[in-house]
Design a protein around this ligand. Sequence first.
Ligand SMILES: NC(=O)c1ccc[n+]([C@@H]2O[C@H](COP(=O)([O-])OP(=O)(O)OC[C@H]3O[C@@H](n4cnc5c(N)ncnc54)[C@H](OP(=O)(O)O)[C@@H]3O)[C@@H](O)[C@H]2O)c1
Length: 262
Amino acid sequence: MDWALVTGACSGIGLELARGLAKRGHPLVLVSNREKELAEAAASLRAAHGVEVHAVVMDLARAEAGPELYAEAKARGVEVGVLVNNAGILHFGEVAEMPGAKVNAMLQLHAVTPTMLARLFGAEMRERRRGQILIVSSISAFRPYPGIAIYSASKRYLFDFADALRHELLPWGVNVTCLAPGAVATGLYDSRVDVNLAKKTGVMVEAAFVADRALTGLFEGRALVVPGFGAKLLGLLMQLAPGWVVGVLRRRTGLLPMPPPG
Ligand SMILES: NC(=O)c1ccc[n+]([C@@H]2O[C@H](COP(=O)([O-])OP(=O)(O)OC[C@H]3O[C@@H](n4cnc5c(N)ncnc54)[C@H](OP(=O)(O)O)[C@@H]3O)[C@@H](O)[C@H]2O)c1
């Protein structure tokens, strides 16, 4: 079985994707920047599925992270056949108020690192004429969202990048699938979102459900996976909705923060 490399693999959707890949028999390279949690995830997947698992602790929100991770995989003698670009962060707030370090981290993590990983591992897959690349975007990529402008715009970058990359690599036998989940019950959200309530009311789906749909779509060679009817409907409605609807959402919910005019 091909090695699968999963970024952001110690929690949420990434952990479930790693579990799904291990169930299918893929040996794994798990990457995240929390050592203890990553070691626990690696040990539990090894024990449950009997696959080889490497744990690489690395901060992927840095300009050099992509080439460093590629070099680390080479040093470990791993030939990556399935690349899962999943790691992500969400900072709520207006651009003018966001600390520069948070802006930089989101852009590195959502744009630079996944692009470099796809460039480096994708070139090898193209040479071998086989491979799978999963790029995790979001339905928030389907339109601009003031209040989470950098998050949604960087997820839009991933959405467009995955589409174009797919057209470049498909003739070489390499599949690229974009995953665009709706709201998923994970640790991505800060305290303004009651994840347990959202899960109970069906507003959010489970990460395991999303991962299952994503892997099925990936290995079927689909261009885009939007898991669940609710996410498909919300994604479509928000694409069609006029700007004032987003304005109302901003005023009425705490989700797209809007400071009072000074
Ligand atoms: N939850 C949703 O509603 C939703 C919806 C659409 C799309 N998504 C996307 O799904 C992906 C996974 O998110 P999630 O919901 O599963 O949230 P999560 O549980 O917070 O997972 C995010 C993962 O990214 C890793 N990560 C964050 N910053 C990192 C860094 N600097 N270096 C290395 N790894 C880093 C985290 O590892 P550490 O904990 O070690 O930092 C964690 O494993 C993200 O790209 C997110 O944008 C989520």
